[in-house]
Design a protein around this ligand. Structure first.
Ligand code: HEC
Length: 118
């Protein structure tokens, strides 16, 4: 292969290489996705449906005195803000059976309850 042929090849792969470098650079430069870590009320619904629905309904008014208040009723109580609910979910609470939610699950549940505020 003549030297001139090799030189003429170079621009052909320089463009894709430059594009690849730009792609890698932009992937590194993009900030961490805040949505991925943020509390998510929809995930909170999934968590309470799995772990809390034996005693708590999510919406409405609980008419059965043997059951816990609905999360909508809890949200409507005065002072049930993010800080209160976060503290509450970090404590054991009679008559609730011992449960352990992961920290991000607790944040999701708090977001869900706060979202039910009237
Ligand atoms: C065994 C039944 C039971 C289970 C299971 C249960 N709870 Fe409760 N929970 C109760 C009862 C009863 C109350 C009512 C106490 C009251 O009126 O404050 C309550 C109250 C609450 C309150 C209101 C606290 C306040 O001070 O207003 C929150 C929030 C709560 N529960 C969250 C949860 C979450 C989240 C789960 C699931 C991980 C859960 N509970 C599972 C029985 C239960």
């Amino acid at each position: 292969m003549a030297m001139t042929d090799m030189i003429s090849l170079r621009p052909a792969w320089r463009a894709p290489l430059a594009a690849t470098i730009a792609l890698v650079a932009s992937a590194c430069a993009s900030p961490p996705q805040p949505q991925a870590a943020a509390a998510n009320a929809a995930r909170g619904v999934t968590v309470v449906t799995q772990w809390c629905s034996e005693c708590h309904a999510i919406m409405g008014v609980e008419s059965n005195a043997n059951r816990a208040p609905t999360f909508e009723q809890v949200a409507a109580r005065p002072g049930r803000d993010r800080a209160y609910l976060t503290t509450f979910l970090n404590e054991d609470h009679f008559p609730m059976s011992t449960y352990r939610l992961l920290d991000d699950e607790k944040a999701d549940v708090v977001a869900m309850i706060v979202g039910l505020k009237p």
